[in-house]
Design a protein around this ligand. Structure first.
Ligand code: GH3
Ligand code: MG
Ligand code: MG
Ligand code: MG
Ligand code: MG
Length: 314
């Protein structure tokens, strides 16, 4: 029978197994000038299935980091010719935030100040050489866990839970950036507001779950019709498509094809075979203020509703 102890052991094993399969996608850079130490660390890393890159010094490390953005953890020695470990930390922190890369300093020096120096320079953790391999693995995986948590939280903060589309927050942040970029390049942008027709009636007739399914099914269709766009669920049954650098004729054509596809295929797309249609308001620039762009597209959307729904107004 299952005791509390072997339940705990099982849980621990499960976690270890998860980490081993995860580590195959974790890229680590080892910066160490002493060959034997470098080989030892790489050996430990490969036993836990991490992906490994190596550098003999700071400048080589920076080159490798620039060429391999997938590297998420840097393990660096302190005493190295040309650049010390703490100097490398400062340089890495100038270029990369600590929510995207973790740094673990290592040193064989007896000085009590090395760990402080590392931490003050932007390192997340420190190990004194020679180190216990279990401690090495623990500190490393805790740092990888931390980066993973940040990634998950960021993704959750930016996506809509129901449809998995980018959410309102993500949309406004990104649209603002893109507007600035395209304004600078003097390229005109455009935007479409998309609203499901009589959605309240769908909820009333088929139930809230069926309504949810309509939202999910519709959301899954966007990527088939729009490329190079920023798509988001703004709220309720309202979606936005931001076209950067798409000529208006092409954008309108894509919207019209999307509207037609939904009008024709919606019963096949949804779990409960629910027919539904879309009203779309399209506004073309040059407008480089997101609120104004949305407001203008909203006016067109309102016109589409007034004109009988299931149409694009530009
Ligand atoms: P119109 O054609 O004028 O747009 O009419 P409508 O019924 O689509 O618009 P209205 O704004 O009256 O109703 C929108 C409905 O969407 C009301 C709200 O309960 C429903 N709704 C909003 N968010 C969700 C959701 O996440 N799931 C479901 N199932 N319904 C939602
Ligand atoms: Mg050294
Ligand atoms: Mg409405
Ligand atoms: Mg609606
Ligand atoms: Mg609405």
């Amino acid at each position: 029978y299952i005791t509390k102890e072997n339940k705990q052991a099982f849980h621990y094993l499960e976690k270890q197994l998860y980490r081993l399969s995860r580590n195959e996608h974790v890229d680590i850079l080892v910066v160490e000038d002493t060959l034997s130490t470098r080989q030892h660390i790489c050996h430990l890393l490969s036993r836990h299935k991490y992906q490994i890159k190596q550098a003999k010094g700071g400048s080589e490390a920076l080159q490798i980091l620039a060429a391999h953005p997938e590297i998420s953890v840097i393990i660096t020695d302190h005493e190295m010719p040309n650049m010390r470990g703490d100097e490398l930390c400062i340089e890495i922190r100038r270029l990369y935030n600590n929510d995207e890369k973790a740094i673990i300093g290592i040193s064989g020096s007896n000085s009590l100040h090395i760990s402080t120096r590392f931490l003050k320079s932007g390192a997340n953790d420190f190990l004194r050489k020679p180190f216990n391999s279990e401690e090495f693995y623990c500190r490393l995986s805790q740092n990888v866990d931390m980066l993973e948590h940040i990634k998950t939280i960021r993704l959750q903060a930016n996506s809509d839970y129901l449809t998995k589309l980018p959410n309102r927050r993500h949309f406004f942040e990104q649209a603002d950036k893109q507007l600035k970029k395209y304004h600078a390049a003097d390229t005109s942008v455009s935007l479409a507001m998309i609203d499901i027709d009589h959605f309240k009636a769908i909820n009333d007739n088929y139930g809230h779950d069926a309504g949810d399914d309509v939202l999910i099914s519709l959301s899954a269709c966007f990527s088939d019709y729009f490329t190079d766009t920023l798509i988001a669920r703004l709220g309720g049954e309202e979606f936005v498509v931001f076209f950067a650098d798409t000529p208006p004729t092409k954008a309108k054509q894509q919207l019209e094809m999307f509207r037609l596809h939904i009008a024709k295929q919606s019963p096949e797309l949804t779990k409960y075979a629910i027919p539904f249609t879309l009203s779309i308001g399209y506004q073309h620039g040059p407008i480089y203020d997101i609120d104004t762009l949305i407001h203008q597209a909203d006016v067109k959307l309102y016109q589409a509703k007034q004109a009988g729904r299931n149409r694009v107004i530009d």
